[in-house]
Design a protein around this ligand. Structure first.
Ligand code: ATP
Ligand code: MG
Length: 158
C-alpha cells in the first residue's frame, strides 16, 4: 500500500511576477497537471507525488520547498524530462513531454533546460568551464566555444 509523502510548497518571488504576468498570454512555460510519481521497490510502492498541479510562467522565479524526502528532486526530474511521472501530464514550452521520442526529449533537454544537480554530476576529467560548456558543445552551438579573456573551452583552467 502506498503512502503520500509530499506536500511541496512553491513560493513566487514578488519581483518576477508582474513581468511574468505580462507574458502570461503566451501561455505558461511549464504546465504540470495531476502529476503523480510512485516508485516501486520490489513489491513495495512509495507514492512520492500525488495530484501535483503547477504552472510556471515565462520569466517567473520559483522556489520549491519541502522537508528532505518530500519529493522536490523527484518533481524537478519529472518537470525537466529526466524521469516520467506515473500519472498526469507535463507540458513544457507547449510540448507534451510524454509525446516526445527519446531523441526528441534529449534534444529538448539539451536546448531548453539547464540543470544543476544536487549531486553535481560534474565530469572530473573536465575543468569547471568545460563542464559548463558541455551541453552547448553537445548541441554544437557557438556557445560551446566561449572565450573569456583569451580562455576557451579547449584551453581554460578555472
Ligand atoms: N529512484 C528511486 N527509487 C525509489 N525511491 C526513490 C527514488 N528516488 C527517490 N526515492 C525516494 O523518494 C522520496 C523522495 O525523494 P527526493 O529525492 O525526491 O526527495 P527531496 O525532497 O529531493 O529530498 P532532499 O531534500 O533530501 O534532496 C524519498 O523517500 C526517496 O528515498
Ligand atoms: Mg533533492
Amino acid at each position: 500500500m502506498s503512502e503520500a509523502r509530499l506536500e511541496a510548497q512553491a513560493q513566487h518571488q514578488t519581483g518576477a511576477t508582474s513581468e511574468a504576468a505580462a507574458r502570461h498570454d503566451h501561455g505558461p512555460l511549464v504546465n504540470a497537471r495531476n502529476v503523480g510519481k510512485t516508485y516501486w521497490i520490489g513489491k513495495r510502492s512509495l507514492e512520492v507525488l500525488r495530484n501535483v498541479d503547477l504552472q510556471v510562467l515565462r520569466g517567473e522565479f520559483l522556489v520549491v520547498r519541502g522537508a528532505s524526502g518530500a519529493g522536490k528532486s523527484t518533481l524537478l526530474h519529472c518537470l525537466g524530462g529526466l524521469d516520467t511521472p506515473t500519472t498526469g501530464e507535463i507540458w513544457f514550452d507547449g510540448k507534451n513531454l510524454a509525446a516526445l521520442s527519446g531523441l526528441e526529449l534529449s534534444r529538448f533537454r539539451n536546448r531548453k533546460i539547464g540543470f544543476v544537480f544536487q549531486a553535481y554530476h560534474l565530469l572530473p576529467e573536465l575543468d569547471a568551464l568545460e563542464n559548463v560548456c558541455l551541453p552547448a558543445r553537445m548541441a554544437r552551438t557557438d556557445a560551446g566555444r566561449p572565450r573569456r579573456g583569451g580562455a576557451s573551452c579547449s584551453n581554460a583552467s578555472v
